[in-house]
Design a protein around this ligand. Structure first.
Ligand code: 5GP
Ligand code: MG
Length: 177
């Protein structure tokens, strides 16, 4: 598959819909975490746009950490082996951790991260994703917070890439099969 120009890709979620949903999501998180400090752990790199928009709606004290995970897709839209690098992550014992990822598909990425962070014995551990492909769950896990349920299509934009491209699109668009 080549890299079609962005204008040729169908828009699934407009920037306006995303903005409005993220305001609600931030309000819910502010309410649920009231009186607590949270460590937001972002799973790089697809999460960067969602994370930067969401955290600016948070009014609780926030610390920010990142880890790297990639499923080696390249120019394919199906996941390969999951590679995880947590070398930049501090020990999170006793912290309230909110794991952030761009999209929940099979659930393997979040499942693996939850295993790694749980072993550090945080005070609490929850997850938030922008997009949730509810049809594809292979782990029985579900995110604690999500922005939108979407069909099982390969999407790009708002941080998500196809073969490294399209992360800068302000909306979420669909790569044709
Ligand atoms: P999971 O491990 O839940 O199957 O997949 C999660 C990861 O796969 C996400 O962090 C994301 O990097 C990638 N992924 C899954 N579906 C899509 C998609 O539709 N578009 C893009 N760009 N990445 C996806
Ligand atoms: Mg990812």
């Amino acid at each position: 598959m080549d890299h079609p120009p962005a204008e040729q890709l169908d828009v699934l979620l407009t920037r306006e819909r995303i903005d409005s949903r993220l305001r609600d999501l931030a309000a819910t998180i502010n309410n649920d975490y009231a009186g607590r400090e949270v460590v937001v752990v972002g799973i790089m790199s697809g999460v960067v746009v969602f994370l930067s928009d969401l955290i600016r709606g948070l009014e609780i004290p926030v610390r920010l950490e990142f880890l790297n995970a990639s499923s080696y897709r390249g120019a394919s839209t199906s996941a390969g082996e999951l590679a995880v690098d947590i070398s930049g992550l501090p020990v999170l014992t006793g912290q309230h951790v909110l794991l952030l990822d761009d999209i929940f598909d099979t659930g393997h990425t979040l499942n693996r991260m939850i295993g790694i962070i749980s072993a550090m014995q945080p005070a609490s551990l929850q997850s938030a994703v922008l997009l949730w492909k509810t049809e594809r769950n292979e782990t029985g896990l579900s995110p604690d917070y999500f922005g939108f349920e979407i069909p099982n299509k390969f999407v790009v934009g708002y941080g998500l890439d196809y073969d490294g491209l399209y992360r800068n699109l302000p909306d979420v668009r669909v790569i044709p099969e």
